[in-house]
Design a protein. Structure first.
Length: 173
């Protein structure tokens, strides 16, 4: 399978089939990340398309990437942050999620109960830790997360440690 970076190089050379392959490759993980960040699948779809439009616009300005995956997630994250800031969406989304029942309904399997409790615990995390959770849940490596957030890998590891500690506490309550 051709690497993302090789496909990006082909795209820079004008090969639009490389664009299609990158689009197909990142549709699910990137859309899932945006949905988790925004809480609105339709808005996530819009930002997903904006991210790939940014990729097409950046063709003439960017020539070398260490990690295409980290770069495309960083673009999506930045677009998401801009959208959230401009519409003050973060407050509304957190309020909506905070009002969802955290307790599991009787008769649900343990996996469903644990998943519901975990999602409720993630909602209560501070925004930077919740974002870190979503990035890792999207399958990104520590190095990719560090590149996206523009922080050292050691900081990512310490924040993940803090995130796990808080989630354990929340899940035990």
């Amino acid at each position: 399978m051709e690497s993302d970076e090789a496909l990006y190089t082909r795209l820079l050379a004008g090969d639009l089939s490389a664009f299609e392959r990158l689009y197909d490759r990142y549709e699910r993980p990137l859309h899932g990340f945006l949905c988790a960040q925004l809480g609105d699948p339709q808005e996530a779809e819009d930002l997903f398309h904006e991210t790939f439009m940014a990729l097409l616009r950046a063709r003439g300005t960017r020539t070398e990437l260490r990690s295409f995956k980290a770069w495309i997630f960083q673009v999506a994250r930045n677009l998401c942050l801009n959208r959230v800031r401009s519409r003050k969406r973060a407050d509304r989304a957190m309020q909506t999620l905070a009002h969802e029942p955290a307790a599991a309904v009787a008769g649900e399997p343990d996996g469903v109960r644990n998943s519901t409790a975990l999602q409720a615990a993630v909602v209560r995390l501070p925004a930077p830790l919740a974002e870190l959770y979503q990035l890792r849940a999207s399958g990104l490596s520590y190095e990719d997360v560090a590149a996206i957030l523009d922080i050292p890998v050691g900081t990512v590891k310490s924040r993940i440690h803090e995130m796990v500690r808080r989630l354990r506490e929340e899940m035990q309550e």
